[in-house]
Design a protein around this ligand. Structure first.
Ligand SMILES: Nc1ncnc2c1ncn2[C@@H]1O[C@H](COP(=O)(O)OP(=O)(O)O)[C@@H](O)[C@H]1O
Ligand SMILES: [Mg+2]
Length: 234
């Protein structure tokens, strides 16, 4: 049992970050919103309605997920970026999305460009390249709900910065749930919820949680990630 008596309210149009140690249940919340599985008891509601009452495909039409190990499908890079987006997408929109995800340059550098085959027996892409394709896919889909579960974890810090900017622009005015190991990437979120052993132990903004001082759960997580020679938390 991961959650017992668990409750969280995620505000529409705002970004909510889930932080906490590995195994605290962050990905489980993402999985419940996606309906990869249903709770044994209780309900997940969107717009006040149990998500089990929505048609699964229409529910997922409004959700985009970028995870730590994104799946690429057997098909071209172009098809992988367009996957799940509406039918009438033109080439320039695909390229715009790829540029925003910092993926265009490496794709354009491939011999077959956007026609490069990936997935099973396709091109071997690095984890970071797959994540950028998945981010381009999410940007193109333009969903009402954006789920990011360690979405930039495979990127080096230089590409992470660029992609982070694109993701933050995408989060504006959109219901977003963000899980990130590197806490520096979630500090601008509207709300940060700290999970510990399947419970929410703190909730607030970056500055309000830091203001709790050394006894605070968020403060402790941030301190753990601070480099030893970095005397200031900001
Ligand atoms: N597929 C699974 N089957 C059984 N237990 C799982 C599965 N996935 C995760 N868990 C367990 O659920 C708990 C929460 O995991 P998870 O939501 O993945 O945590 P986090 O994303 O915060 O690291 C952990 O105790 C983990 O071992
Ligand atoms: Mg996880």
């Amino acid at each position: 049992m991961v959650f017992i008596g668990f409750s969280i309210n995620i505000e529409a149009g705002k970004s909510t970050a889930l932080v906490g140690q590995s195994g605290s249940g962050k990905s489980t919340i993402i999985g419940l919103i996606e309906r990869f599985y249903d709770p044994l008891k209780g309900a997940v509601k969107i717009d006040g309605r149990d998500i089990r009452s929505y048609h699964l495909r229409s529910l997922r039409k409004h959700i985009a997920l970028v995870s730590q190990e994104p799946a690429l499908f057997a098909g071209t890079i172009r098809q992988n970026i367009m996957y799940g987006a509406s039918e009438d997408i033109d080439e320039s929109e695909v390229i715009e999305a790829a540029k925003a995800a910092n993926a265009h340059d490496f794709i354009a550098g491939l011999k077959d460009g956007y026609d490069t085959w990936c997935g099973d027996r396709g091109l071997q892409l690095s984890g970071g390249q797959k994540q950028r394709i998945a981010i381009a896919r999410a940007i193109l889909k333009n969903p009402a709900i954006l789920l990011l579960d360690e979405a930039t974890s495979a990127l080096d810090s230089q590409s992470e910065k660029v992609v982070q900017d694109a993701l933050e622009r995408m989060m504006i005015g959109r219901t977003s749930v963000v899980v990130a190991h590197r806490l520096s990437t979630i500090q601008n979120c509207d709300t940060i919820a700290v999970l510990d052993k399947g419970k929410i132990v703190e909730k607030g903004t970056h500055s309000s949680l830091l203001a709790k001082g050394p006894t605070g759960a968020y403060y402790s997580l941030v301190s753990l990630q601070r480099r030893p020679n970095n005397s200031e938390i900001n």
